[in-house]
Ligand binder design. Structure first.
Ligand SMILES: *Cc1c(COP(=O)(O)O)cnc(C)c1O
Length: 341
């Protein structure tokens, strides 16, 4: 098991507990959010596999897998999945086989993506399946690895994707501590944290971090796919699982602390409207900051619209850049030309 012979289960830049050795930078962006002070926490700059929230989450999964004595990975994600790419990369580093159960899009398509390309080149065994066949595909991937003599680890728990909710939440509890440290050092605190929200693992981590530190900062998730109601339910499930695993009481107002907007879906996962694409071009030309159309572009543009729609001004705001850089390059194939301002 090469690099992990001593049980030091850390990807480059990480401690085995999932914290980063060096916190990611928090940089101010001028002139982008009307009369608010806007900062961005650049988790896209985490130094493993193009970074992103999935690098932090992957570290938590690998540590858990090793603690359970597993030596093969079964990941999950569509062709655009950043998590699948980072898990495939981590497994390649550790010399573990990696299978990726990969559902089609809701419309049955399998869009090309650099993430899927990287998964394949990293040697991951991709198991394409329809949305309704995930449990069977997970079971088949686990069986195949067991037959080869491995002890496989499925990142989401059982074949129905339940049972491992607490593990990934830890990733953004750590990140939330980095934000609290920054606030203490700079003597300024954030009124809001915005992020693109999908499965809810990341938002749940930030919320649990707030519970543990007593921070009253409002966390706003811009949904990239789900209705606000469905996203809220998933986030609450992740929070409850994490707090229970730590023996921390669930705050009575947990449900009302979960804020998700589904007002910027633009038709669903992977869809962007012209205004989002314009924001993406502007963010790159003005700030040199890559945003992808599926996640971070939706989150960033959704945040700007959310602030405008609600006349929010004079606040200190943190946008969490959750990565997805390979998807930024996917969009350059389009006729629009992402880098033109
Ligand atoms: C997965 C992902 C998200 C959403 O994170 P969740 O924890 O699934 O809510 C946001 N941004 C990027 C780039 C992602 O890959």
């Amino acid at each position: 098991m090469g690099a992990y012979a001593n049980g030091a289960a850390a990807l480059p830049g990480f401690a085995p507990d999932g914290s980063l050795l060096t916190p990611t930078p928090i940089v101010e962006l001028d002139g982008m959010a009307c009369d608010n002070e806007l900062y961005v926490k650049r988790d896209d700059l985490i130094p493993f596999s193009f970074g992103g929230n999935k690098a932090r989450i992957a570290q938590c999964f690998f540590s858990d897998a090793l603690a359970r004595g597993c030596n093969a990975i079964v990941a999950y994600g569509s062709t655009r999945s950043n998590l699948a790419r980072v898990m495939a990369n981590g497994a390649a580093r550790m010399g573990m086989p990696c299978a990726v159960v990969s559902p089609d899009e809701a419309d049955g398509s399998r869009p090309r993506s650099f993430n899927a390309e990287l998964c394949a080149r990293l040697g991951a065994q991709v198991h394409p399946c329809q949305k309704g066949e995930v449990a069977q595909a997970v079971e088949a991937a686990l069986d195949e690895l067991r037959e080869q003599g491995f002890r496989p680890y499925y990142i989401y728990g059982n074949r129905f994707g339940k049972g491992n909710e607490a593990t990934p939440v830890q990733a953004y509890v750590h990140a939330s501590r980095e934000v609290a440290d920054w606030e203490r050092a700079s003597g300024a605190s954030f009124d809001y944290v915005f992020l693109a929200t999908g499965t809810g693992m990341t938002q749940a981590g930030l919320l649990c971090g707030n519970v543990l530190t007593g921070s009253s900062c409002e966390v706003v998730g811009i949904s990239v796919a789900r209705s606000a109601e469905a996203a809220t339910e998933h986030i609450e499930g992740y929070c409850r699982a994490y707090l229970a695993s730590r023996g921390v009481d669930v705050p009575a107002d947990l449900h009302s602390r979960i804020c998700v907007s589904d007002g910027f879906l633009h038709g669903g996962y992977g869809r962007a409207d012209a205004a989002e694409q314009q924001t993406i071009r502007h963010a790159f030309a003005h700030a040199g900051m890559p945003l992808d159309e599926t996640y971070v572009g939706k989150g960033f543009d959704g945040m700007l619209r959310y602030l405008r729609e609600r006349d929010i001004c004079g606040k200190r705001i943190l946008f969490l850049h959750t990565g997805g850089t390979p998807l930024f390059f996917d969009a350059l194939d389009g006729s629009e030309g992402v880098v033109r301002a």
